[in-house]
Design a protein around this ligand. Structure first.
Ligand SMILES: C[S@@+](CC[C@H](N)C(=O)[O-])C[C@H]1O[C@@H](n2cnc3c(N)ncnc32)[C@H](O)[C@@H]1O
Length: 277
């Protein structure tokens, strides 16, 4: 069972399900089109609140709950943990028997590359993709593979809990962390440093010295940067639903990238009511 807390988890699921409903309504009117729901971090199917005994359906089951005529032609769920994978598979076999649903134990990155190959070979397919990691597990190369395809990509970006924590105030970042940042953002070390840091001359007891200063509002800057990066692959990226913890610090930005102007409008519409959280 996956563990979550916070009303933003619920809001995130509602955003994806509301978007999927609107998406399927539109796709149903395109008789040539087939649809795939690709969930790269599917979980066990159920979520367990940290604050109560309540057990809720996770996004995967809520998407499967959308029924005739709002069904996807293919459901593809990727989950790395074998226990969670089996749990989701059993729930689907029991309650959603007959759907064209596949649950695989794998790394999301590997399967995103497979999705892009599939879409290149099957031009009548459109994919709604939900990427919901805890941390920085999605490589930029995996996102890049989705360029010029019929993909709408909802992605949870660990701006506060991931990237910003690695960007140390004095710029003293280990090689291992730089490699992780490069892989995640698809930028070079130099580009990352230039984006987040500046050099300043300060007067010290021993004369002028050059010091490294981190730009302010780092977390928001990471969110803006990821949106910019997505805009190099997709035509449009939505506003972000910003998720904060109990001390009001930003943890994640949740956004949608697409090549379709109408899809962008729908995404912004489903995000908006959640701003107040
Ligand atoms: C935030 S939870 C997913 C919750 C789910 N999307 C939902 O809304 O119900 C993240 C899940 O991703 C799985 N996971 C972690 N790393 C992964 C990877 N590289 N590829 C696929 N799944 C991964 C974890 O085991 C965990 O179940």
């Amino acid at each position: 069972m996956n563990q979550f807390g916070g009303s933003w988890t619920e809001a995130k699921m509602e955003i994806v399900v509301s978007y999927a409903k609107a998406y399927l309504k539109i796709m149903n009117n395109q008789s040539w089109a087939k649809t795939i729901y690709f969930d790269g971090f599917a979980g066990s199917g159920i979520i367990d609140s940290e604050k109560s005994d309540e057990i809720k359906k996770g996004t995967a089951l809520r998407i499967l709950d959308l029924d005739d005529p709002l069904r996807f032609d293919i459901y593809y769920f990727v989950e790395l943990n074998d226990i969670y994978k089996s749990s989701l598979e059993q729930l689907i076999n029991k309650f959603y028997f007959g759907r064209n649903a596949h649950v695989v134990q794998a790394d999301c990155n590997e399967k995103l590359l497979k999705l892009s190959e599939f879409l290149k070979e099957n031009k009548n397919y459109r994919a709604l993709t939900f990427i919901d990691p805890y941390g920085m597990s999605v490589d930029w190369n995996s996102i890049k593979s989705l360029a010029n395809l019929g993909v709408d990509l909802w992605i949870l970006v660990p701006t506060g809990i991931g990237v910003a924590r690695m960007l140390k105030n004095n710029g003293d970042i280990s090689d291992a962390w730089f490699s992780k940042l490069e892989k995640f953002l698809g930028l070079t070390r130099e580009e990352i440093v230039n984006h987040f840091y500046k050099k300043q001359i300060v007067n010290t007891l021993f004369g002028e010295e050059s010091v490294t200063i981190k730009e302010v509002n780092t977390v928001q800057k990471v969110g803006d940067l990821y949106k910019q990066r997505l805009n190099t692959i997709f035509k449009f990226t939505s506003d972000s639903f910003v998720m904060r913890n109990s001390t009001n610090s930003i943890m994640y930005h949740f956004m949608m990238a697409t090549n379709n102007a109408n899809a962008l409008k729908i995404a912004n519409d489903v995000i908006k009511p959640n701003y107040k959280l």
